[in-house]
Design a protein around this ligand. Sequence first.
Ligand SMILES: [Zn+2]
Ligand SMILES: [Zn+2]
Length: 337
Amino acid sequence: MEAMLLDRPGARLRLAEVPVPQPGPGQLLVEVAACGVCRTDLHVVDGDLTDAKRPIVPGHEVVGRVVETGAGVDRFERGQRVGIPWLGATCGQCRFCASGRENLCDFARFTGYQIDGGYAEYTLADARYCFPIQGAYDDAEAAPLLCAGLIGYRTLKMAGDARRLGIYGFGAAAHIVAQLAAWQGRQVFAFTRAGDAEAQDFARELGAVWAGSSAERPPQELDAALIFAPVGALIPAALEAVAKGGVVVAGGIHMSDIPSFPYRILWGERVVRSVANLTRADAAEFLALAPQVPVRCTVRRYPLADANEALDDLRAGRLRGAAVLLPGSGLAAAVQL
Ligand SMILES: [Zn+2]
Ligand SMILES: [Zn+2]
């Protein structure tokens, strides 16, 4: 099969012909139909996240169909459409797992980081961490739900019942969260790079009541702010925009350093917090909710071999919504299993 491999941090991904893996006990072999390109993939490629398996097949927004099940798998059957998210394995034993916080597991392993992911024609996954993908989504449109959607949803939950919600960085996660938040009756204020009129128009189309640059103050104080851009300077900017008692939630896995800021902008019981990974409960909740809204994903499709171009477009902010790779494209059928 074809796979895109990262040999070492900082390298371009390399298209390689590798054997189709065979499922072990508890695993699914999935023929990948679509794999979203997430900002976390950039952090893996750039080496901001250390400890990546080498070589690694990136990609943790995987939608595909089960072609084989390993021994003991009874939740899925051949042909079924499944999603494979970032959370690939947990220990089930540590104090975080034992208290409903498997997202914080000391021994968690992640898809496309420590476990080969979806930038390939086939991938293996532990069936316990996979989800059926239902609803009217085509494969490419479903892919961004698996991380931008799931972790975006967890980030939104941390905003509590905030009515006026700021969203900083209007990429894949924001474009999903904005739809959900508007559907919940919240007012969404979208903050983009200065001068990015296209992203601001996009935010308004998706239900934002206001869109502007992240250097601007919104017309009203916010009750909460979600930050999806990997820019530490947005933390004090968002703190200045939230009202007393408000929360600023950083939804990304990596961020540049946060500049020091005066205590007065935290005063008034404002809170700064991060969100790490996802639990399977988050996934089940969000995947049930998304078709009700319905959340619509705007995607740009790329052939698997163009993964580097997709990453470049994400890095440069050239995307509207999410980039999605489409492996297979006819070649998969020729592979002998
Ligand atoms: Zn654990
Ligand atoms: Zn992700």
